[in-house]
Design a protein around this ligand. Structure first.
Ligand code: ADP
Ligand code: MG
Length: 699
C-alpha cells in the first residue's frame, strides 16, 4: 500500500474561515483541539440538555451526579474570615430549592447570574445544613441570549460542548451550525456500504449532524456507536495487517517438542501444575513449534506461576539445541530468578548463568561462555540482549514485567540476534479490550488460576486514626517471627514530601513503636546497589520491618513477610495496591494487608478501597481500574503513538470492539491491501489516517 498524495478535502480548511469564527476564536478553538472544519464536526458535545424532560429536584438523590434546569432566585457574594470570597446562588425549580456555591470564580459570574434567569446546572448534589447544595456546578444560562438564535429556539435538545475561557455555549452552537451549513455537502462517507447496511448505521453526513443537532437521546447514542465502531475497526485493521505481514515475512525457529528436558522438569516438580498453567504451556508450545516467530504475552497475578511456565518454554528451546535469555527489570529480580531456576533445573545437567550489569571480574569469561554456547540459560536485566552480548544460538527471549516495554522496544527485540521466540510475562493483568488495542499484535495467554492451597491475604481497611491498633496487630506478627512491609506513596520520582513521609514513619517506628526491632528505610533515590543490599538483608531475615516508598513494587519474593501496610492508601492506584498486596501471602503463613486511608477520601478512592476489599483477582481489579480511571489515561495509550479513541470507550464499548476486531481481521484476511472495489472507502481513510502508524510497529 502506498501513501498516495492526498487530495485536500474541504474539511481540512482551517476553522478560522467558518462564518463567525475568525482569528481570535480560532485560537481558542485550537486549545480544544479544533483546528479544521473536520475537527469541529467531530468535536461532539459532552452532554445534551433536554428542555422537555426536566426532572425535579425533589426526585433527586444526594450524592448523585445530576443535571436540572431551574430559575435563579438570588445571588450573594461575601467575604469569609480568611479574606477570601464565596459566591452563593439560590435557584428554584418550582418545587424545591438548591444553593450553588463557588469558592473560586471569575468576577464575570456576578454579572452573568441575575435573578429570574433560567439556568441549567450539572454537578453532584450534596446536602449542607439541611439544604440541598452543589459546589462548583457546571452551568449554562439558558436565557440571556443563550438560545436567541432562530435555529436553537425551536429545539428541544441542546448540545453542551466543552469550553475554554472566552468561548460560550452560545458561540459554540453558532459555530457548529455555521460549520455544517457551509460544509455538510463536503462530508464523505468513511465506512463501506456493506458495513453501514450490516449494522444499520446512518451515513456519515447524517450521523455527524445527529451528534450535534439530534433531537432524541436514544438516536444520538446509537449514532455514537457508529463512530466507536469506526475507530475500533480502523485500529484493528492496523493490527490485522501488522500481524499478517509479520507472519509472512518473519520466519522464526521451528522447534520440535522432544519431551526431553520438559518432561524431566515436570517429573521433578514437587507440585502439580494448575489447569491454567498447562493450558498456557500448550499455547506457547504450539507457537514455538510453528514456523513463525512467537510474540506471546502471558498475564497472571503475582504468584500464579508464570516463571515455571516460562521455564518450560526455555527448556523446549534448550532441548532443541538453542539458548534462552530471561530478562528481568532489576538486578535483584534477575538474581531471584537465577536462584529459583537454578534450583528447578538442578537435576537436568544444564548450565544457568547470571549476567550482572556493570563491569566485574569474571564477566569476560561469562560473555565467552555465552558466545560459545557453553551456557544454555542466561538471566540478566533488560540490558542483556541490548548491549554487546553475543549468543551462539539464541532461541527464545523471555521478558519479565513487559508493561515497561513499548511497541518500539518490542520491535527492536524482535529483530535481535536471529529471530528468537518472544515471551512476555506480566503480573499486571489488563482488561481484554485494552490488550486488544495496546498489544493488538501479541497473542495473549492468561493464567487465571492460583496454585491450590494458597491462603488468601486478609485485607483490612482502616482510617489513619486507627493506626495505633494496626501497629499492635503488626507487632503480634513480628513477635511470631514474621516480617512486615510499610509502604508510603511516592507521588513523583523526585517528591521530597513523600520521602519525608516515609522518613517520618521510619523514625516513628524505630524510636517509638518498635525500638527493639531491626527496621530499614528504602527509597527511590538510593543507589540500586544500596537498595539491593537492603532487599537482600530483608530476604535473609536480618531486617524485620522494611519501610519504603513504592520501590518494592515489582516481583521480590520474601515468603516470611506476612504483613503489608499501605500508608495513604487513598493515593494509590488499584493496580499498584494489588501489586503491593501480592508481595505478602507468598509463604505458608496467614498474611494481612492494611490499607490506611486519610481524609479527604474521594469517591473514587473509596471505590478503589472497596474493590480491594471485595476481590483479589487481578483481572477483575484491572477492569475496575479502567472503569474508575476512565478513558483519559489509558496506560500511556495517548503517548504510544497508537490510535487512541475520541468517541469509543474501552469500557462500555467492549462488545463493539469485539465485533470490529473480528470484522477487521476478516477484511484483511480477504484483502490485505484493501484493493477490492468494495473496500475503496476503507482504503482511502486507512491511507490518510492510519498507514503511517504502521511504521511504529514494523517488525
Ligand atoms: P509469578 O512469577 O507468577 O509471580 P512464580 O512463578 O514465581 O509466580 O511462582 C510463585 C511460587 O509458586 C513459586 O515458589 C513456584 O515454585 C510456586 N508454584 C508455581 N506453580 C505452582 C503450582 N502449580 N502449585 C504450587 N506451587 C506453584
Ligand atoms: Mg515472576
Amino acid at each position: 500500500m502506498d501513501k498516495k498524495l492526498q487530495e485536500v478535502s474541504a474539511l481540512a480548511s482551517p476553522i478560522m474561515y467558518v462564518k463567525g469564527v475568525g482569528e481570535y476564536r480560532a485560537r481558542l478553538l485550537a486549545k480544544l483541539g479544533v483546528h479544521t472544519v473536520g475537527d469541529m464536526m467531530e468535536f461532539f458535545p459532552r452532554a445534551y440538555i433536554s428542555r422537555i424532560v426536566n426532572p425535579s429536584l425533589e426526585d433527586m438523590q444526594v450524592g448523585e451526579m445530576v443535571s436540572l434546569t431551574a430559575t435563579i432566585s438570588w445571588v450573594d457574594e461575601r467575604a469569609v474570615s480568611s479574606g477570601k470570597k464565596i459566591l452563593h446562588m439560590g435557584v428554584n425549580d418550582g418545587l424545591a430549592g438548591l444553593v450553588c456555591a463557588w469558592f473560586k470564580y471569575p468576577q464575570s459570574y456576578l454579572k452573568l447570574f441575575r435573578p429570574g434567569l433560567t439556568i441549567w446546572l450539572s454537578g453532584i448534589l450534596s446536602s449542607f445544613n439541611g439544604e440541598l447544595q452543589m459546589t462548583h456546578p457546571g452551568f449554562e444560562i439558558l436565557e440571556d441570549g443563550g438560545v436567541e438564535d432562530d435555529f436553537w429556539k425551536s429545539r428541544t435538545v441542546l448540545p453542551v460542548y466543552n469550553l475554554t475561557e472566552g468561548l460560550s455555549q452560545t458561540t459554540m452552537r453558532k459555530i457548529a451550525v455555521n460549520t455544517f451549513a457551509t460544509y455538510a455537502k463536503d462530508i464523505e462517507e468513511s465506512l463501506p456500504d456493506f458495513v453501514l447496511e450490516a449494522y444499520g448505521f446512518a451515513e456519515r453526513r447524517v450521523a455527524l449532524q445527529i451528534m450535534h443537532f439530534g433531537q432524541k437521546t436514544e438516536q444520538i447514542e446509537s449514532t455514537r456507536r457508529r463512530f466507536a465502531y469506526e475507530e475500533f475497526l480502523y485500529s484493528q485493521i492496523l493490527w490485522a495487517r501488522h500481524k499478517l505481514k509479520h507472519n509472512e515475512t518473519v520466519v522464526g525457529i521451528e522447534f520440535e517438542n522432544r519431551k526431553d528436558l520438559t518432561t524431566k522438569l515436570k517429573q521433578s516438580l514437587k507440585f502439580e501444575l494448575t489447569g491454567a498453567q498447562k493450558r498456557v504451556i500448550r499455547e506457547i508450545f504450539t507457537d514455538m513449534c510453528s514456523a513463525k516467530q512467537m510474540s506471546r504475552l502471558v498475564q497472571g497475578d503475582v504468584g500464579s506461576g508464570k516463571t515455571i511456565v516460562s521455564l518450560f518454554a526455555m527448556l523446549l528451546a534448550v532441548e532443541n539445541g538453542y539458548q534462552a535469555a530471561l530478562m528481568a527489570p532489576t538486578e535483584i529480580l534477575a538474581e531471584q530468578h537465577y536462584q529459583n531456576i537454578s534450583a528447578l533445573v538442578s537435576s537436568l545437567s544444564i548450565r544457568v548463568t547470571l549476567l550482572k550489569g556493570g563491569n566485574y571480574k569474571g564477566k569476560a569469561a561469562i560473555k565467552k561462555e555465552i558466545a560459545e554456547g557453553e551456557t544454555q540459560i542466561v538471566i540478566g536485566t533488560h540490558a542483556l540482549i541490548q548491549k554487546d552480548i553475543e549468543f551462539l544460538r539464541l532461541g527464545i527471549v523471555v521478558v519479565d514485567e513487559q508493561h515497561r516495554f513499548g511497541v518500539e522496544q518490542r520491535a527492536r527485540l524482535a529483530r535481535a540476534q536471529g529471530t528468537p521466540e518472544l515471551l512476555y510475562l506480566s503480573a499486571t493483568p489488563i482488561p481484554r479490550s485494552l490488550a486488544m488495542t495496546v498489544y493488538g499484535d501479541l497473542e495473549v495467554s492468561r493464567i487465571d488460576e492460583m496454585p491450590a492451597g494458597r491462603m488468601p491475604v486478609l485485607t483490612c481497611i482502616r482510617s489513619d486514626r486507627k493506626m495505633e491498633s494496626v501497629l499492635l496487630d503488626v507487632r503480634k506478627e513480628l513477635s511470631k517471627g514474621r516480617q512486615a512491609y510499610f509502604v508510603c506513596p511516592l507521588v513523583e520520582e523526585s517528591d521530597k514530601l513523600a520521602l519525608l513521609d516515609a522518613q517520618r514513619l521510619f523514625e516513628y517506628l524505630q524510636n517509638k513503636a518498635y525500638p527493639d526491632v531491626k527496621i530499614e528505610l528504602i527509597h527511590g533515590r538510593m543507589s540500586s546497589v544500596d537498595k539491593d543490599l537492603i532487599m537482600h538483608r530483608f530476604k535473609q531475615g536480618e531486617i524485620q520491618v522494611l519501610v519504603s516508598t513504592t520501590v518494592i513494587e515489582v516481583g521480590v519474593d520474601v515468603a516470611n513477610a506476612s504483613v503489608m501496610v499501605i500508608e495513604h492508601a487513598e493515593r494509590f492506584g488499584l493496580a499498584q495496591m494489588h501489586q503491593l498486596r501480592g508481595r505478602v501471602g507468598r509463604g505458608e503463613y496467614q498474611s494481612y494487608c492494611y490499607l490506611i486511608w486519610h481524609q479527604p477520601l474521594s469517591k473514587i478512592a473509596r471505590a478503589r478501597l472497596d474493590t480491594m476489599n471485595r476481590t483479589a483477582d487481578g483481572f477483575i481489579i484491572a477492569e475496575k481500574d479502567l472503569e474508575l480511571r476512565g478513558p483519559g489515561e489509558l496506560f500511556g495509550l495517548e503517548q504510544s503513538g497508537l490510535p487512541s479513541f475520541k468517541h469509543a470507550s474501552l469500557i462500555s464499548d467492549q462488545p463493539i470492539l469485539q465485533v470490529a476486531r473480528e470484522d477487521a481481521f476478516s477484511i484483511v484476511a480477504e484483502d490485505a491491501e484493501l484493493v477490492s472495489p468494495k473496500h475503496e472507502k476503507l482504503r482511502d481513510v486507512y491511507i490518510s489516517k492510519y498507514l503511517q502508524k504502521e511504521e511504529l510497529i514494523q517488525y
